[in-house]
Design a protein around this ligand. Structure first.
Ligand code: ANZ
Ligand code: ZN
Length: 853
């Protein structure tokens, strides 16, 4: 009996598949539907790690399955090769980033080929290829022409170690995503993309996507759309009497606040301006504590936005003494503070503070001993209603009494009360102490109040976003040159399309400078140029583009990777896109996925493509932990090297084990015994093929039934990315086959066909040994007999505390967990366990479930 020698087999078939062009994808195949299965293309970091295998080899199972089901499948691959990770790695080794990246691409290509995946290498792209980045630059030019790329001096996140600007998304807990250095705030002129113009569409279109809920929510939160109103507050001089002339002057001054809770405005007891608010300078001559204010403003300018938003940190602020704001609803003259918990970049940079109903305001008021007035009360708990506090009075008088009682002492009691209870009630409810609006529900009150504000022109409905424009310039060498020229006559002019690509020059000095300019700025030969408009002397932009621009549109290029005239031909685009399924990591929930959606909409508006959402389906994969259940890292010594595993067990074992180790969307540890078990399973398949009597005439009915069930289950599971249960089913089938002395060639062939997507090499080898001339992958997925595949059904008896409550038809093989879920769904059962704690569950497989409460 010949041994299963994975080394020989795997090389042989990889060569064969490549030479026979088995995975060359054509754009149009008669009678077949196209399917572009997309995974996130890798950074050429140097070496494939096991996570790459998880990300590419496991979805390849689906790619192969779809092929066998008649789809014209494209499973592309490429390299996201510009950017910080590659550049930093190169700098560390003292190698030019270009050489380092190219070397890695060559090496990783070889490694990727050892997966035995169906990548179409003829379509491989690399973002550093001038033929690719020509179109990245072209997109920039088009965006500039449309006013979607612009320059602005902005306060930006600056990483002092990497010496570059970072997008908000690249700052994690105040530190650089790449190197963990605390991020500083610096002022620079930058190129930005106007993603905020698309904010509404980016929120609205999420709804139609088949994406994980968590990803959709992350995008929504990131964009942070909120509907509210802007309210105008007049300013008055605290000391001046009515007849004083100066009062007119200050009466001209006002500021606007943005609020989503206009219904709470009767509880507004002070206002807050962000330290950067221009009004502070305008009020200078009226403020009596100028020095104190100036010091505070200076101090807060040293903090980052993130630090300022930290909820745990104690809030600080200073009152603008000498002036007051007038609440347009009740005429109260209330104090104005500067406090850095209010951000200048959000809303109007000023807020109306309602300490009774907003936690930040509440904390602040507690600290500075400010007045607190409750104006909303939970729907079914109206005890704070003034009428309840003063039941002997009529409502109007009760309200007045309540407000009167809001003396400092009474305030602190209230605060104590609130502290003990809910802290402060932030929910919606019924309005109290709110004049004519008392008794209304929050939502209705907001509408009425907004109507009034608009009618008297003291405010307006508005929409605000948390999303900021995308800063795309980077002061680094290793990126796509921004195709812009600065002329002293004409201003910023685009590099003409005929001159694209604007090549990234080869330089000796590629180290980041730290003076806010890219190292390209030192290359005067390259920088000096002529203005394309007036021919006068001009200089090139020296910044390069954020790599997220490169990766925002790469999937489009796969459809037409060699096109010299367009970023891709529209006919081909229509055939392949949008991507029906994109598989990747949850870390791309906001940045990459949001930027791709944005650029897709821009390209759609430019009529380059005919769809507005790039990825209609999205699934996340988990990460692989070390055998010790910890994140893999060199320092922990728990890193699994895929090359070594492939050498020892074979690519088929590694692929199948990765599919088997757990649910694909979850984090699972690599277990050394796990891969051994999978290897044994493949050896078992090998042994079955060697059965002298594979020539039985018929199979026993049990095996036939199991075969059909397995074909059905494996197919369904692959389509749902439930690879682990599919492998388990294959293992059960192989076990049953090995137990029998005689099996037919037919059942064995079918086993190979359903195993093939997981373990392509061994399946192909055994398939040819059975005498087939054609590759196994040119065969269809086997049919199953629906009747035979049908699981036996039973009536599961469901008891609560031993009493029969329901009988439910379920699959005979139902697990305890599944049975429990089914039982808890039943209305008849629910009645008896409502609000009770489940103490115990007794389960007799195939018969009964007893819930003890
Ligand atoms: C009064 C109020 C009362 C508020 C209440 C909330 C609750 P979202 O929903 O995230 O958009 N706000 C407005 N501009 C701000 C800024 N520049 N910096 C910090 N906070 C700001 O949040 C909107 C709410 O955040 C606004 O509604 C405002 O506080 C605050 F019981 O106004 B609210
Ligand atoms: Zn010019």
């Amino acid at each position: 009996m010949k041994k299963y020698d994975h080394r020989r087999i795997e090389k042989k078939w990889q060569r064969y598949w490549q030479e026979s062009n088995l995975y060359l994808t054509r754009d149009f195949v008669r009678g077949k539907k196209n399917y572009l299965l997309l995974t996130e293309f890798p950074y050429p970091s140097g070496n494939l790690h096991i996570g790459h295998w998880f990300a590419f080899a496991v979805p390849d199972i689906l790619a192969r399955y779809l092929r066998m089901n008649g789809y014209n499948v494209m499973y592309p691959i490429g390299f996201d090769a510009f950017g910080l990770p590659a550049e930093n790695a190169a700098i560390k080794r003292g190698i030019n980033p270009r050489r380092w990246t190219q070397k890695n691409i060559a090496y990783m290509t070889r490694q990727l080929k050892s997966m035995g995946a169906t990548f179409d290498w003829s379509r491989a792209i690399s973002t550093i290829d001038p033929e690719y980045y020509k179109w990245t630059q072209w997109i920039f030019v088009k965006m500039f022409e449309k006013g979607l790329a612009y320059r602005k001096e902005t306060l930006v996140n600056w990483c002092p170690k990497d010496k570059t600007v970072l997008a908000n998304e690249q700052v994690i807990n105040g530190c650089c995503e790449r190197c963990d250095t605390p991020v500083e705030q610096n002022r620079f002129e930058q190129w930005l993309f106007k993603i905020t113009d698309y904010a509404d569409r980016l929120v609205d279109d999420i709804q139609g996507l088949d994406w994980p809920q968590s990803t959709k929510l992350a995008q929504k939160n990131w964009i942070g759309r909120s509907d509210g109103v802007v309210v105008k507050f007049e300013i008055v001089n605290e000391k001046l009497k009515k007849q004083d002339k100066k009062q007119d002057k200050i009466n001209g001054l006002n500021f606007e606040v943005f609020t989503t809770r206009l219904d709470t405005i009767f509880g507004c007891t002070y206002c807050v301006l962000a330290p950067e608010h221009p009004l502070i300078a305008d009020l200078k001559e009226y403020i009596t504590n100028r020095k104190e204010i100036e010091d505070y403003v200076k101090k807060s300018s040293l903090k980052t936005e993130l630090e300022r938003q930290e909820t745990q940190k104690e809030k600080t602020g200073v009152e603008l003494k000498g002036v007051r704001a007038v609440n347009p609803f009740n005429g109260w003259k209330i104090p104005i503070f500067v406090a850095d918990y209010v951000l200048f970049s959000y809303g109007t940079g000023a807020v109306m503070a309602v300490p009774a109903h907003d936690e930040r305001d509440f904390e602040f008021a507690k600290k500075y001993n400010l007045k607190l007035v409750q104006v909303v009360t939970p729907k079914n708990q109206s005890n704070i209603n003034a009428s309840n506090i003063f039941p002997h009075k009529n409502p109007k008088a009760a309200e007045e009494e309540y407000l009167e009682q809001s003396s400092r002492r009474w305030q602190s009691e209230q605060i104590e009360l609130l502290k003990r209870g809910e802290k402060c009630f932030v929910g919606e409810g019924i309005l109290v102490n709110s004049g004519d609006y008392s008794g209304m529900e929050s939502q209705a009150a907001r509408a009425k109040m907004a109507d009034w504000l608009e009618s008297v022109k003291l405010g307006r409905r508005t929409r605000t976003f948390r999303l900021r424009d995308w800063v795309v310039s980077r002061q680094r060498y290793w990126g796509v040159p921004i195709p812009m020229i600065n002329c002293s006559n004409c201003g910023w002019v685009t590099v003409p399309e005929k001159d694209l690509p604007l090549l990234l020059p080869k330089v000796k000095d590629y180290l980041p400078t730290g003076d806010g300019k890219s190292p390209l700025a030192k290359n005067s030969k390259w920088i000096k140029t002529h203005c394309p408009k007036c021919q006068g002397p001009a200089s090139r932009e020296s910044d390069t583009m954020d790599t997220f621009v490169d990766s925002s549109w790469y999937f489009i290029r796969y459809t037409d990777p060699k096109n010299k005239k367009k970023l891709a031909d529209l006919r081909k685009i229509k055939k392949w896109l949008p991507v029906p399924l994109y598989i990747g990591g949850a870390e791309h929930n906001t940045m990459h996925l949001l930027y791709s959606r944005f650029l897709t909409k821009v390209l759609a508006d430019l009529k380059c493509i005919d769809f507005t959402e790039p990825f209609t389906g999205r699934r996340n994969h988990g990460t692989i932990l070390g055998p010790d259940n910890q994140k893999m890292s060199k320092s922990r010594g728990n890193v699994i090297d895929p090359d070594a595993e492939v050498e020892r067990f074979g690519a088929d074992s590694v692929r199948t084990y990765l599919a088997f180790m757990g649910p694909y969307d979850q984090d699972c540890p690599w277990q050394k015994t796990g891969i051994v078990g999978v290897r044994r399973f493949l050896e078992r398949v090998w042994r079955i093929s060697q059965k002298k009597n594979l020539g039985a005439k018929t199979d026993d009915p049990d095996l036939t039934r199991l075969l059909h069930q397995t074909i059905k289950k494996v197919g369904e599971n692959i389509a749902e990315l439930r690879f682990n249960t599919a492998v388990a089913a294959l293992m059960i089938l192989a076990n049953e086959m090995e137990k029998r002395d005689n099996i037919t060639k037919d059942v064995f062939e079918k086993l190979l066909l359903v195993l093939a997507p997981f373990a392509p090499h061994i399946s192909e080898e055994l398939w040819t040994r059975l005498g087939h001339k054609k590759s196994i992958f040119l065969n269809s997925w086997p049919n199953f007999d629906e009747k035979l595949a049908k699981e036996d059904r039973i009536r599961l008896i469901v008891q609560v505390n031993g009493k029969l409550r329901d009988q439910i038809e379920v699959e005979a093989g139902i697990s305890e967990q599944e049975a429990k879920e089914v039982a808890l769904e039943s209305e008849r059962v629910k009645k008896f366990i409502q609000n009770k704690k489940i103490k115990r569950i007794i389960f007799a497989r195939g018969r009964l479930l007893n819930i003890v409460v």
